[in-house]
Design a protein around this ligand. Structure first.
Ligand SMILES: [Zn+2]
Length: 53
């Protein structure tokens, strides 16, 4: 089933996954880049962008 690119961008653009525990956080990408975001589960600051799938 085809998905709508705009909707996907909206869903994944500001969503990041904790590299350590996999918790999902939705926050502005800029804050991730600035290192201002902590995982609320494990307090780590390592995140990766969420990908579709
Ligand atoms: Zn975590």
């Amino acid at each position: 089933m085809a998905k709508i690119p705009a909707a996907q961008a909206r869903m994944f653009k500001n969503t990041f996954l904790c590299k350590r525990c996999g918790a999902k956080v939705r926050v502005q990408a800029r804050k991730i880049l600035e290192g201002k975001v902590q995982c609320r589960r494990c307090k780590k600051k390592a995140f990766r962008a969420a990908k579709k799938g």
